[in-house]
Design a protein around this ligand. Structure first.
Ligand SMILES: NC(=O)c1ccc[n+]([C@@H]2O[C@H](COP(=O)([O-])OP(=O)(O)OC[C@H]3O[C@@H](n4cnc5c(N)ncnc54)[C@H](OP(=O)(O)O)[C@@H]3O)[C@@H](O)[C@H]2O)c1
Length: 238
């Protein structure tokens, strides 16, 4: 095995496309995590888990590294969360969304670096971010704030790896606007809860949503040649 992949959110959208492409490499072994089923493929192992539950994160154990030359974690699973102004949000929903979007990537990155500390494999941690991390969209306080936190986790991970000269690379990748279930959820938002909804319905109606497989191919390329990418935070051009 040359590459061990751990990808969250492999039951749909970008994560599923990534799992399919990563597992197409004869030398890879791919572990995917989601609540629903993942793709059924050789070299793909599915783990059913709800990553918005703290207990599940604490008890998740990572696979053996074996002779992997590269270990790649893609923190992809996320929720848009409830789309509504602060003051109208369900509080349990705020907590669960942050656990999935912020706590799970932090715990998994920590677990990965701790578990494989003695492995000489190159470790690559790719956090799937969003343009929303730096844009304050009304109604998206949960989503935008959680992606902003994810960007800072990534920057600090990269800073620490540089200081310690660890064989670790951290990236936060904003994939662009993709044709996935998450975009369908965006379009179902109420206009009074999300004033910018028309921007997203227009992108859909004009056929401007990108194919998640294209974004997955670029992420595979970053994981294959991380030293060719100097920016810790990047936005894919699809
Ligand atoms: N689509 C876009 O335009 C867009 C733009 C910028 C960034 N992104 C980012 O791209 C990533 C992938 O999104 P997507 O568009 O592919 O969305 P998606 O099709 O809705 O997929 C989300 C994935 O996350 C998993 N997930 C959700 N809740 C989970 C939970 N509680 N526990 C475990 N897994 C959970 C889902 O699996 P289960 O439901 O089976 O658990 C699913 O596999 C996200 O980080 C998103 O923020 C997307």
């Amino acid at each position: 095995m040359s590459s061990l992949w751990i990808i969250t959110g492999t039951s749909s959208g970008l994560g599923k496309a990534l799992a399919i492409q990563a597992a197409s490499d004869d030398d890879a072994l791919v572990y995917g995590i989601a609540r629903r089923e993942g793709p059924v493929l050789p070299r793909y192992v599915h783990i059913h888990s709800d990553l918005s539950v703290a207990h599940n994160l604490l008890h998740l154990s990572l696979p053996e590294a074996g002779d992997a030359a590269r270990i790649i974690l893609v923190n992809n699973a996320a929720t848009l969360g409830q789309v509504a102004p602060i003051g109208e949000l369900d509080e349990a929903g705020i907590i669960g969304s942050y656990i999935l979007n912020v706590v799970a990537p932090h715990v998994l990155a920590n677990k990965l670096l701790r578990t494989y500390r003695s492995s000489e494999a190159k470790k690559i941690i790719i956090n799937i971010s969003s343009g929303a991390a730096t844009t304050p969209y009304d109604g998206w306080s949960i989503y935008s704030s959680s992606k902003a936190a994810l960007n800072m986790q990534t920057l600090i991970g990269a800073e620490e790896a540089g200081i310690r000269e660890d064989a670790v690379r951290f990236f936060a990748v904003a994939p662009g606007v993709l044709d996935t279930e998450m975009q369908a959820t965006v379009r179902r938002s109420a206009r009074e809860q999300f004033s910018r909804i028309s921007k997203f319905t227009a992108l859909f109606e004009e056929g401007k949503l990108a194919d998640p497989a294209k974004a997955a191919a670029k992420i595979i390329e970053i994981a294959a040649h991380p030293d060719d990418y100097s920016d810790t935070i990047c936005r894919l051009s699809l």
